[in-house]
Design a protein around this ligand. Structure first.
Ligand SMILES: *Cc1c(COP(=O)(O)O)cnc(C)c1O
Length: 451
């Protein structure tokens, strides 16, 4: 047992079962108890400073304790903290929808609220099924998803996900989902370099649609960026072709923009790069700037209309979450949109992104274990491999990424790699000096582990 625990760490370990953790690991690496946050930095109870370059699990968009978001929530909490959302409404949620309409892809106009990303995914799947059921296609009851996809942790969301680390053990209780082999631009089976092709890999999707398109409700994808898969980036053209296939087979396209939305890929939404509109879009994480648990599934008038009937026909979407449309979360979300627009955050982040990527390439590219450096927006990922020529990865049992993570924490940088992929997904307000610092630390720690 770790002898140097402070009082809070001891009590934490006594009571808390942390998410996505083997708790035995905490014997060696105690929980870091955070006292306060400011900008991209966090400070623990002993006063140590950390660079949060993973945006606290990708949700913190504009830095911690942002003055304007804080002020919006403080103002709201003295007015209305929460109210039942069936038959009741409030100004913050209406304002939020009105604001979102100005930035969403065309056609998305009906907002259904939930309180976390996985719940929004569940809502999208159920909504899609019910739409087809009520429009004369009850045989459509399956879903398609990509290999290595991540859509959350509840049973339905986990079913459409394809990362074995999270779902393998639960397979006996998951939905039977049709899996399409996703593009893999680093290890392209067709021998192309990223973005220098016509996406021949779409043939895998074509084959699947031809086989089961008629019995499928929806295809769900993370547009352009498969985050949990190791920040795998694929070209907009692929997404465009998926949209065409969905149209051809009357299959809904569900865009899971929970991680990619809000400027993470350099545009407001990843779908914007492909110029497409999904039938349902799920948002969370950046939606409230990473302040409050809130999510939304946004859909079209066409889908909405299929549920609109006399009550007696039983066509309503009888789905609810207690905290749907929470006013505090909505007030944060409105402030986020104000800041993005007024301070031109996404445009500025795109300029900084060029600097970030160039610096990372300069520093890392020549290292013998750096197989791939991929990027989109401010997200940059470095895939570490045992053999650069064959692209053979490290054995996951070596926990190479985890070792680097532990070393970087000691130097105040939060990396939390995905397997052997080290990545940065910082708040959009990160400055160049911060970038320089975290790149330096990540490189040092990588060299300490790999030589
Ligand atoms: C985080 C995430 C989810 C799940 O959201 P939770 O709020 O953690 O349930 C779903 N899809 C993607 C792409 C995500 O990044």
């Amino acid at each position: 047992m770790n002898k140097n625990l402070n009082e809070w760490q001891e009590k934490d370990l006594k009571y808390i079962w942390h998410p996505c953790s083997q708790m035995k690991d905490y014997e060696e690496l105690a929980p870091i108890v955070i006292e306060r946050g400011e900008g991209i930095n966090l400070y623990d109870t002993d006063g140590n400073k950390y660079y949060d370059v993973i945006s606290s699990w990708w949700c913190n968009l504009l830095g911690h304790c942002h003055l304007r978001i804080n002020a919006a929530i403080k103002k709201q909490v003295d007015t209305l903290e929460h109210v039942i959302f069936a038959n009741f409404s409030h100004k913050p949620v209406i304002t939020l929808c009105e604001r979102l309409m100005k930035v969403l892809p065309e056609g998305l106009c009906k907002f259904n609220f939930a309180d976390n990303g996985s719940a929004a995914i569940e809502m999208a799947l159920k909504m899609s099924f019910q739409y087809h059921y009520q429009t004369g296609n009850p045989q459509k009851k399956r879903f398609m998803a990509l290999t290595d996809a991540y859509h959350g942790e509840t049973i339905g969301a986990l079913s459409v996900g394809g990362v074995d680390l999270y779902s393998e053990i639960y397979k006996p209780i998951l939905l039977d989902v049709e899996r399409i082999e996703a593009p893999d631009c680093y290890r392209c089976p067709y021998g192309y370099l990223h973005g220098e092709c016509n996406c021949p890999c779409i043939e895998k999707a074509e084959e699947t649609f031809a086989r089961v398109g008629d019995e499928t409700c929806a295809l769900i994808v993370e547009p352009l960026l498969q985050g949990s898969a190791g920040m795998k980036v694929y070209p907009p053209l692929y997404l465009k072709k998926l949209r065409e296939l969905c149209d051809k087979y009357n299959v809904h396209l569900i865009a899971d923009e929970i991680a990619t939305g809000y400027g993470r890929t350099g545009k407001m939404f990843a779908c914007d790069w492909a110029g497409i509109s999904p039938d349902i879009m799920c948002l969370s994480k950046g939606l409230t700037g990473g302040y409050m648990p809130m999510a939304v599934a946004i859909t079209t008038q066409k889908i909405y209309d299929a549920f609109y009937a006399d009550y007696i026909e039983g066509k309503a979407f009888m789905h609810s979450h207690t905290y749907a449309g929470n006013p505090l979360a909505c007030s944060a979300a409105c402030a986020v949109l104000d800041i993005l627009e007024e301070e031109k955050i996404i445009e500025k982040a795109q300029e900084k992104a060029v600097y970030f990527t160039n610096k990372i390439k300069e520093k890392f590219a020549s290292h013998p274990n750096v197989g791939d450096i991929r990027h989109i927006g401010l997200i940059n990922a470095i895939e570490l491999v045992e053999d650069k020529a064959t692209k053979k990865g490290f054995d996951s049992k070596l926990r190479v990424g985890y070792q680097i993570y532990k070393k970087a924490l000691k130097k105040g940088v939060i990396l939390r790699p995905l397997g052997n992929v080290i990545y940065f997904n910082p708040p959009l307000i990160i400055e160049k000096a911060d970038m320089d610092y975290v790149i330096e630390v990540a490189y040092e720690c990588m060299c300490e582990v790999l030589g």
